[in-house]
Design a binder for this molecule. Structure first.
Ligand SMILES: C[S@@+](CC[C@H](N)C(=O)[O-])C[C@H]1O[C@@H](n2cnc3c(N)ncnc32)[C@H](O)[C@@H]1O
Length: 435
């Protein structure tokens, strides 16, 4: 029997998964709470890898349990089910040394107060080792409503979307130009043994060959670099506000894109809003770490509630607005696999209504001649091309401006990148000029 050292990360992974699978909790939030309990960075990385792998192949693990467990696991067996998913994921796809993985997972059963079920865990994991997990359709983990919508929106790309969404995402960095050049930072990485490729069309981007812990990035705490997907970095190019102009980021938290704009041009006069006070605090922390936005106006506000935060004071409209709206996040399933568990069809109606409200309000505070960038990490046309088309139809002084192929394929008045294209997240961009 393995000692607690190997069992503990497995038990923690099972607790995280239990909360995500059975109590509707977010993977990101659960990991953020659970990981600090582990002192060893390798244990943290292991828990993370297990949870991601288990969620990505949830359908196969469930098929195995249906076939191999005579009596279906009940509501009170949530922790056991989660632990079995943890066990299966270590064997396939993670391919950890099987005997150590099985022993440590059986040991975790005891830590979870399931000592009496150790025999069952052991038997099921050994069966998985012998027979392999049953196959499942690649899209088996996708809710039917989302599958249907994606098939309708992207009939030719559906399989590629599913495959890319099930693959681990690369780690992209954004080098803070105020602190040094991208080449200099790539050299610092190399000296630390971290290999990176420069993102061709993205001036500040580096893509790591192998993801590392953020703490391993030289100068991270000093603000020399940020972790940010290439798709998100492209926003600064798509908006490209005039030097020194007044910019509104109406949905700013945690502040990555606003900070990028300020790294490029510290003379921008930035107003950053977020409706969530805790998340707005993260914008403050982001700016502080990166040494930007000292004079930025940060406000907790519903961007659509102009009377509360803007007050119709004429003459102080914005030259550029970034509207990185709340969305289904269907373009980043590879980074947040639990989206497939938690997202409901009804969420989409509410999100679409919020997006439309934000668009209409942001337009009112955009100066004539100014530019608004509407952006989402969604791949659903309802939130993207159709949302922007409807806005253009009801807004006579709005005109879409073309974006080039760096931003993905043409989709309505904007551009869409599907997940995995160019190694990036799925993302939508539409650039709108006020006449
Ligand atoms: C996609 S995230 C923004 C990411 C951010 N632009 C960045 O790059 O770090 C959307 C944000 O919109 C905020 N939000 C949602 N509804 C809002 C509203 N009505 N007004 C302002 N912010 C809102 C959410 O709290 C969330 O932080």
């Amino acid at each position: 029997m393995n000692d607690d050292k190997g069992a503990r990360p497995r038990a923690i992974a099972a607790q995280v998964l239990d909360a995500v699978l059975h109590r509707g909790r977010s993977l990101k939030a659960e990991l953020a709470t659970a990981l600090p309990a582990l002192a060893d960075v390798r244990d943290r990385a292991l828990v993370e890898a297990i949870c991601f792998a288990a969620l990505r192949q949830q359908a196969r693990a469930d098929a195995a349990l249906r076939a191999w467990v005579p009596r279906p696991l009940g509501k009170r067996d949530g922790a056991l089910r989660a632990l079995l998913h943890v066990g299966f994921a270590q064997l396939d796809p993670l391919g950890l040394p099987p005997h150590a993985a099985v022993d440590a997972t059986v040991g975790a059963a005891r830590l979870l107060g399931r000592a009496h079920q150790r025999g069952m865990v052991n038997a099921l994991l050994r069966r998985a080792l012998r027979e392999g997990l049953p196959d499942a359709r690649a899209d088996a983990g996708w809710p039917a409503w989302l599958r249907d919508r994606l098939r309708a929106d992207w009939p030719e790309d559906f399989d590629a979307i599913v495959a890319a969404s099930a693959s681990p995402a690369p780690m992209w960095l954004r080098v803070n130009r105020l602190r040094g050049s991208r080449d200099e930072y790539a050299e610092r990485l190399r000296e630390t043994g971290i290999e990176a490729t420069t993102g061709e069309a993205l001036a500040d981007a580096l893509r790591l060959h192998v993801p590392v812990a953020v703490a391993a990035l030289p100068g991270f705490d000093d603000g020399d670099v940020s972790v940010q997907d290439g798709s998100a970095q492209a926003v600064a190019d798509a908006l490209a506000p005039p030097v020194g102009s007044r910019v509104l980021d109406a949905c700013a938290a945690p502040g990555g894109k606003a900070a990028h704009l300020l790294e490029r041009d510290p003379s921008l006069r930035m107003t950053a809003l977020d409706v969530d006070p805790e998340r707005l605090e993260r914008v403050r922390e982001t700016f502080l770490r990166l040494g930007v936005g000292e004079d930025a106006d940060l406000r907790v506000a519903d961007g659509a509630d102009l009377e509360k935060w803007w007050g119709e004071t004429t003459g102080d409209r914005f030259d550029a607005v970034l509207l990185d709206v709340p969305c289904s996040a269907t373009g980043i399933v590879r980074r947040q696999p639990d989206i497939l568990l938690h997202r409901r069809a009804a969420d989409l109606d509410a999100l679409r209504a919020t997006q439309a409200r934000l668009l209409d309000a942001a337009w009112r505070v955009l100066a004539p001649g100014g530019v608004l960038l509407y952006a989402t990490c969604s791949i659903l046309q309802a939130e993207n091309a159709a949302q922007v088309d409807a806005f253009l139809a009801r807004t006579p002084d709005a005109a879409a401006e073309p974006l080039d192929a760096r931003f993905g394929r043409v989709s309505g008045a904007g551009r869409q990148r599907l997940p995995g294209e160019g190694g990036m997240d799925g993302f939508f961009y539409a650039r709108l000029r006020r006449r």
